[in-house]
Write a protein that binds this ligand. Structure first.
Ligand SMILES: [Zn+2]
Length: 405
């Protein structure tokens, strides 16, 4: 009886022209360029709508039975192949082979991260990946044995449903994958590729700088080390994806700062950021008296300078006006900055935020939002909420930075 029903089912399916199975149409939807000839009818939802509509012309009991069977099949699909999609795609595009420790959901998260870094990135070298419960530095361990690459990802790096990282749940997996792509932060061209494709930022050699710097000379500049760039990327990644690229921020330079130690600046009209070399000196202890910077202070400076570009080119007039009001800012031509505030120092996250202007107040507050959120929350809860709701959450839902608030 089952065989007979199946036969009738196939015949009936032919009659009602069942559409493309979900897995194939899903593939086409994701890769329309690969399937230029199969467009509109390849919508994944047609299968269900066909199932729902073809019963009308038939009235016999057998066909009614078949209808029930086929209706059930509408809900028991998707076919197995759609579950394998991320695994197959990782193999096909990146030569990545996942073992049985990976669920389809984890594989989908890994694929998403790879594709978000650079849709054209290819990694033809074979690598096998497994998940471990161990805590690993940067969430990843990369080993070379038996002429191939073995990668272990820490389970903690994988996004979870309960993740507190509402802005970017894949952040930890992203930084693990960056370690892989850049050979643990040693492959300069891979680092520069990610800087360019994900954040829109070039890293010119200091020798190539003269025509691009204020003083038309390469003197006084130095090249970023790989570790500096890895640190910069990790901070830029904290921003919502739609703010990763600010088209007006084109490149970054590193200034040798024997004098004016630690002063970095956003060259807004020229389209670059000058970072002070001393903020990258390797010192994991806070010892600013020696002119050295704690790593977190360096991270805060990076976020601060990026925020100036957002203020200049992304945030709209209303947002800036509301922020200025929140800080009690008013224009004051007697002050060098052109602004003064009616509020007390305690309502600001740093002296600098208090003494300058709404723009510096915002840049400092955004730096603290990412790096020292508790400090911002305790001194200035309304500012924390403003940045969280009106900037991070809102831009977290957007895809394009060219769509200003
Ligand atoms: Zn500033």
């Amino acid at each position: 009886m089952r065989i007979f029903l199946s036969f009738l089912g196939v015949w009936l399916a032919g009659r009602v022209k069942l559409r493309v199975p979900f897995s194939i149409s899903e593939e086409i939807r994701r890769n329309p360029q690969k399937h230029p000839s199969k467009e509109p009818q390849a919508k994944p939802f047609h299968f269900v709508s066909s199932c729902a509509s073809f019963n009308l012309p038939f009235s016999s009991a057998v066909l009614f039975l078949l209808l029930i069977i086929l209706q059930t099949s509408c809900y028991t699909l998707p076919p197995e192949t759609s579950n394998k999609y991320p695994l197959l795609r990782l193999q096909e595009k990146y030569s990545i082979y996942l073992d049985a420790t990976w669920t389809t959901k984890d594989a989908a998260a890994l694929l998403k991260v790879f594709e978000s870094i650079d849709p054209y990135l290819l990694n033809p070298q074979f690598s096998s990946w497994n998940i471990s419960d161990d805590e690993l530095e940067n969430g990843i361990k990369i080993e070379f044995k038996d002429k191939s690459t073995h990668v272990t990802i820490s389970r903690r790096a994988l996004p979870t449903e309960e993740s507190e990282e509402i802005l970017s749940p894949e952040k930890h997996l992203f930084s693990a994958v960056v370690q892989f792509i850049t050979d643990n932060g040693t492959n300069r061209s891979a680092i520069e590729l990610i800087m360019r494709t994900r954040y829109g930022i070039d890293v010119p050699s200091h020798a190539a700088l003269p025509s691009r710097t204020k003083n038309n000379t390469a003197k006084g500049y130095s090249d970023f080390e790989n570790e500096d760039l890895m640190l910069i990327m990790s901070v830029l990644e904290e921003f919502p994806q739609s703010l990763h690229k600010t088209p007006q921020l084109k490149y970054i330079v590193r200034r040798v700062d024997k004098e004016e130690k630690g002063i970095s600046s956003a060259m807004i009209s020229r389209g670059y950021i000058t970072f002070a070399e001393s903020i990258f000196l390797r010192d994991h202890h806070s010892d600013t008296s020696q002119g050295r910077f704690h790593r977190d202070d360096t991270r805060k400076i990076i976020a601060h300078e990026k925020a100036h570009f957002l203020w200049a080119y992304v945030f709209n007039h209303q947002l800036k006006k509301d922020w200025s009001k929140l800080g009690g800012w008013q224009q004051d031509l007697t002050r060098e900055s052109g602004w003064s505030t009616t509020q007390e120092r305690s309502a600001f996250v740093t002296d600098y935020a208090y003494t300058e202007d709404p723009n510096e107040d915002m840049a400092e507050s955004i730096g603290f939002y990412f790096i020292y959120p508790d400090k911002l929350r305790s001194c200035c809860p309304a500012k924390y909420e403003f940045i969280h709701n009106r900037i991070m959450l809102l831009y977290g839902k957007r895809w394009s930075p060219s769509n200003p608030m």
